[in-house]
Ligand binder design. Structure first.
Ligand code: ZN
Length: 81
């Protein structure tokens, strides 16, 4: 799927830098590329493949709507969002 202005290809899932949750890319698209969970703008979206490249061992097929922190070691702090 094509992002409206980022030069990035998205697969089935897209992740949010703001709430650190993953949703189906189709859900983002349905909301004009706002985060389905927190309403963050289209600039906060990241393809799930990009999250996988950080090497935390997250699943290839994530749970829709699940929380996957950007810094797993600091998840206790991040969970206070
Ligand atoms: Zn979000």
């Amino acid at each position: 799927m094509e992002h409206p202005f980022l030069d990035t290809r998205f697969g089935e899932f897209a992740w949010c830098f703001h709430c650190e949750r993953v949703h189906k890319t189709a859900s983002w698209e349905a909301k004009d590329w706002e985060c389905p969970a927190c309403g963050a703008s289209a600039l906060d979206v990241q393809p799930w493949e990009g999250v996988l490249s950080w090497g935390y061992g997250y699943p290839l097929r994530p749970e829709d709507g699940e929380y996957y922190p950007q810094y797993p070691g600091e998840s206790a702090q991040a969970a206070g969002l």
